[in-house]
Write a protein that binds this ligand. Structure first.
Ligand code: FMN
Length: 203
């Protein structure tokens, strides 16, 4: 598969085979993913690879997160979709491993009357950390596809972030996303891409 095919055929996978991922396969995938670009080359992300009993503990937090997230889902989607999503939270589709991507903790207070520059000065660190982590995550998803694995980028677990961090023993970092990963047991159809997103200027 070439890169364009990998990009277009990658899907969010929410159902996995009951099959372990060899640690070497994961190590290789993650070491390549870490070649992602990062703002001022900060590379200040961390990836926690969670399986076994620790993954089971994580699932308890995922259920807590899903209950907090449920009203938002209900506003956005029909009942069937809400139920599917809630079930996915309960067991992350049977994925054998969950990757937790973290960035440094950075707090600030924004005021409504701030200019864009004032806001950016405050937000710059967290903004750039998050974008850099996102580049890393996209690499992980594409490399998973290349290796016959499936994955799903999840930010909704942030609804239970304090609980997750406590269970994982992580104190000084902010959770960016949880990524269930494993061998896929589904081939979801590609959601339509919107066609009005490229704006040519000066052409
Ligand atoms: C920033 C981000 C957060 C996401 N969070 C979740 C999530 O919490 N739960 C989930 O099931 N999917 C989540 N997704 C996956 C999207 O729902 C999915 O990418 C989108 O529906 C398009 O489908 P595709 O990935 O198969 O192309 C997230 C994706 C992104 C990029």
């Amino acid at each position: 598969m070439n890169l364009s095919e990998i990009i277009k055929e990658r899907r969010s996978i929410r159902k996995y085979l009951d099959r372990d991922i060899p640690q070497e396969v994961l190590r290789e995938l993650l070491e390549v993913a870490l070649w992602a670009p990062s703002g001022t080359n900060r590379q200040n992300w961390d990836i926690y690879v969670v399986k076994g009993d620790q993954k089971e503990k994580l699932l308890d937090s995922m259920i807590v997160a899903s209950e907090i997230f449920k009203p938002t889902l209900e506003k956005l989607f029909p009942e069937k979709m809400v139920n599917t999503t809630m079930n996915f939270f309960k067991n992350i589709g049977g994925a054998p491993v969950a990757l937790l991507v973290y960035m440094p903790k950075h707090t600030y207070e924004l005021r409504q009357d701030m200019t864009s520059l004032e806001k950016y000065k405050l937000e710059h660190e967290r903004f750039t950390n998050a974008l850099s982590a996102a580049a890393l995550i996209q690499n992980i998803l594409l490399l998973a596809k290349e290796k016959g694995l499936g994955a799903c980028w999840m930010t909704a677990p942030k609804n239970a972030e304090d609980r997750i961090n406590k269970e994982m023993g992580i104190t000084d970092k902010e959770l960016v996303s949880v990524i269930p990963i494993g061998y896929p047991d589904q081939e979801p159809p590609a959601p339509k891409r919107r066609g009005d997103k490229i704006h040519w200027i000066g052409y």
